[in-house]
Design a protein around this ligand. Structure first.
Ligand code: PEP
Length: 255
């Protein structure tokens, strides 16, 4: 498969960090360091920071995303935010199915699917997260599990809509733990995900499909991970809050 067919995407996931004032400061730090990026750069930020970050990203090529969205356009869903609300602000991306949502907030493959379909209907680009726990890896069911997560999440998504979807392979045991998957482990599962996409949508779609790795990617290990043939980018948590480290990862993806 030809990696050159695919867009490298480095996306920051700020999680529940940064007030609007701090978000502006972080964007001021990131912007000059990624201005020559030869890959797509995205920052996914808390809802309350979206206005500030959208304003800060004006005139740059940095894409702005939210960290979740609801499947209904509006209604009695206290505390939720809909996909059309996000697009109305100018938000371009949304993370769906992050393992922290699945683990702490009862997100299931079925609700992930509903959220993805709503996001695509509204015109958002989706970063879908899949990945196994340590126990599941030790049971030897990683490939089966991510295949199932991928298939359920993409139920009803057309080949045309798939162009707006990225999958981030995020082994749960590597997120925020400082434990990174080896480059071989990351590549193996990213390739398995691409095979699932090929089975569902055909080889052309799979060849063009961006699969990121996420899980303690940092300035030191990014180059090796991103050099793998099936790793097309990264979803970055902790290191996305440090401008120099985030920029180093963007640089590694720009090679
Ligand atoms: C994430 O939040 O998606 C993530 C990969 O976090 P970290 O880089 O901190 O492991």
């Amino acid at each position: 498969m030809n990696k050159k067919l695919r867009k490298a995407v480095i996306a920051g996931n700020w999680k529940m960090n940064k007030t609007p004032a701090e978000a502006k400061e972080l964007m001021d730090g990131i912007k000059p360091l990624v201005k020559d990026a030869d890959c797509d750069v995205v920052v996914c930020v808390p809802y309350v920071d979206l206005c500030t970050v959208l304003e800060a990203a004006k005139g740059t090529k940095i894409g702005v995303g939210a960290e979740n969205c609801h499947w209904e356009n509006s209604g009695a869903f206290t505390g939720e935010v809909s996909a059309p609300m996000l697009t109305s602000m100018g938000v371009q991306y949304v993370i769906i199915g992050h393992s922290e949502r699945r683990t702490y907030f009862g997100e299931t493959d079925a609700t992930v699917n509903k959220r993805i379909r709503a996001a695509l209907n509204a015109g958002l680009n989706v970063i879908l997260c899949v990945g196994e726990s340590l126990e599941q890896r030790e049971q030897g069911i990683t490939a089966e599990l991510v295949a199932m997560q991928t298939k359920i999440a993409l139920g009803g998504v057309t080949k045309d809509e798939l162009k707006k979807v990225i999958i981030a392979y995020e082994p749960i045991w590597a997120i925020g733990t400082g434990k990174t998957a080896t480059a071989e482990q990351a590549n193996e599962v990213c390739a398995a995900i691409r095979s699932v996409i090929e089975g569902l949508y055909g080889k052309d779609a799979a060849d063009a499909f961006t699969v990121q790795y996420g899980g303690s990617m940092n300035a030191k290990n990014a180059a090796e991970l991103l050099a793998q043939p099936d790793v097309d980018g990264g979803l970055i948590g902790g290191a996305s809050l440090k401008p120099a480290d985030f920029a180093e990862i963007v640089k590694a993806a720009s090679k």
